[in-house]
Design a protein around this ligand. Sequence first.
Ligand SMILES: Nc1ncnc2c1ncn2[C@@H]1O[C@H](COP(=O)(O)OP(=O)(O)OP(=O)(O)O)[C@@H](O)[C@H]1O
Ligand SMILES: [Mg+2]
Length: 258
Amino acid sequence: MARLLEVRGLTKKYYAGTTESRAVNNINLEVDEEEFVIIMGASGSGKTSLLHLIAGIDDFDEGRIHYKNTDYGNMGEKAKTIFRRTNLGIVFQQHCLIPDLTVYENIMLPMMLDRRKRAGRKEKAVMKETILKLCERFGLEEHIGKYPSQLSGGQQQRAAVLRAIVNTPPLLLCDEPTGNLNSAQTDIVMRLLSILNKNGQTIILVTHDIKVAVRGKRVVFIKDGSIGGELIFSGMYMKEDSQKREEELMEFLQKRNW
Ligand SMILES: Nc1ncnc2c1ncn2[C@@H]1O[C@H](COP(=O)(O)OP(=O)(O)OP(=O)(O)O)[C@@H](O)[C@H]1O
Ligand SMILES: [Mg+2]
């Protein structure tokens, strides 16, 4: 598979007074098209910081980020925004739904912003149907006209996942997309992400949940802002293997004092 993302020497510093700390410290990461990469690591290890840098919503201090032949890391803000809109879907750890828009409007937003799809009545009807179907699948059909403040954390999280995938971006970045969900809801979200991945979308997903992590193809472990190891699951990507994968992952994590 062709290389989709290449991150080299990526470093993000924070300062408290004159004391420097590195949330992301010299990370190298390569992701090919159609990969499903899981990022794990202790709380505060730098997972969200890394994802935000890859998403281009935070600036880094050193290193570079390339999407295929595009030097994304060094693009101007305006070009970056346009690139992000068409190439990336982002599910934030904090859901970041827009409070003044309904669930439906929030999910519709990426489609409305994407000029390629700013279309006539017929296309709008198709968009609407797509959204309604997805909402039904995610148990959001009754909440479609509500505002985020009227939803539970889990409902907001599912709406945020739908907003990120509705435009079928080539790369999906998900920061604990199932963090507020029960196991049945987690299963629905993960099954959908697996289908998207099988249909060709590349996914990078941060999680603390072993059952979620085994759905990926490899696990990158972050420790103190750096890569502390990588696990590529042996065996095929099949449901029957999940027990074996969990054992494999537990062993990998225990070795890293997770
Ligand atoms: N805006 C900021 N200013 C200063 N320090 C920050 C800022 N954002 C994050 N940090 C620090 O950077 C480190 C990494 O934070 P990050 O949010 O990336 O962790 P994480 O791995 O996502 O944790 P969690 O699993 O709890 O979500 C932490 O020590 C955090 O305190
Ligand atoms: Mg985080």
